[in-house]
Design a protein around this ligand. Sequence first.
Ligand SMILES: Nc1ncnc2c1ncn2[C@@H]1O[C@H](COP(=O)(O)OP(=O)(O)OP(=O)(O)O)[C@@H](O)[C@H]1O
Ligand SMILES: [Mg+2]
Length: 456
Amino acid sequence: MESTEEALPRLNGLKILVVDDDAAILRSLKRVLAGLGAEVTGVGGVREARLSLSVARPDAVLADLQLKDGSGLDLLPDYLAECPRGTFYMITGHGSVDNAVRALRRGARHYFEKPVDPLALARRLESDLAGARERGDLAETLAPYLTFCDAAMVEALRDAPRFARSREPVMIQGETGTGKELVAHALHGLSLRANGPFVAVNCGAIPDSMLEAELFGYEKGAFTGASRQHRGRFEQADGGTLFLDEIGEMPAAAQVALLRVLEEGVVHRVGGERGVAVDARIVAATHRALEERVHAGLFRQDLLYRLNVLPIELPALRERPADIALLARHFLENSLRDMEWPGSAPVFRPEAIARLEAHAWPGNVRELRNLMARLAVRLPEGLREIGAELLAPLLPGGKGRASCGEGVLIPRGTTLADAEWLLIDAALKDSGYHRGKAARQLGIGERTLRRKLNDA
Ligand SMILES: Nc1ncnc2c1ncn2[C@@H]1O[C@H](COP(=O)(O)OP(=O)(O)OP(=O)(O)O)[C@@H](O)[C@H]1O
Ligand SMILES: [Mg+2]
């Protein structure tokens, strides 16, 4: 017989704190939520709730707005500071929607109006917290490698732990400084071959004529100067991971040879007859849209298909605004720790965060990390809060950063280095963050631009 009833929500193992001074509501919520598998604590006021927050560290808090000793809203900042991954809900009496909206703005997830339907509430918790748990698990799994919280990164990296366990090639795409190399390390570290070697090759940094010898090795006498046999990077990566960085720069001849290795699982040293079986997992990375290179005849389509089995596309930093504040804090704390800064790191004031969020970050996370390193050495000792004025001189263009119409306004007093940044910034914006086009507009080579961005 088919049941028309919806399945009951499952809250197994979730820790929920309910704060309400109405004993009847408290009892009924506790009964229903506990019946669905949650571990529920009920308290009647703000003071008790505070005590419970730090001890129990609940996954979710449901708080009534009006309590005898204050407002449930007062708990929100404490809770989020204590449990950044927690989810906060308001329970409001009829007619206090304004306050509920205020709560939403400050980070509450949702509000329930009285009389609360416990089952509807449980359904909402189930769907919200499953997402929160998934986000938290992913961030935790990848925490030794990458720091992130933005939904765009969660989306991009959702499959990374599973990809890590596969043998198929992974292709990581993303602008410069988005963390491609860190992702490659994560894929190795979370794989079954984590104890094997991790070998990286930057295909853009090795002269074309040497790349094949570098990758596949050579036999003694294969060419002038080959005085003895040499194992290439492929062989060195046997049993581990071979990271082919900047794969888009690979010259045509090496592309053909690589395709053959991928298809046969066998490496031929330059000048060698015999193939050597190699078990290396390939992770490739590129800052370019490889499809465009294929269209331009610079990259082999068959190689792209062979490499692009498990794709990971990292969003630019400006496309994941929630990560900006998190990473700024992370890098600042690291820099200050290295400098043996006494006490806890100062916090960013909201307008400082807004200033960071307004910047376009053409150099992505690397640019943010370098900026924090420059900020750390400038902080006066004992400073508790960082305002926007401390950041202004460090961001490209400083205070005078402005674009007017088609031109770039460079105020008097701008340093040469900052003026250069203004132009780079404008060229990147004009080109839709296409480094090749931006470099052409600036009249420099793309490699030079990349170096400037890397050194930012
Ligand atoms: N999510 C992150 N958490 C912590 N550090 C990060 C993160 N993303 C990037 N970084 C740091 O930013 C810098 C650049 O990262 P990485 O070298 O992985 O970028 P990339 O995408 O390989 O850049 P490029 O294309 O220029 O080679 C590194 O110092 C790295 O440690
Ligand atoms: Mg890189």
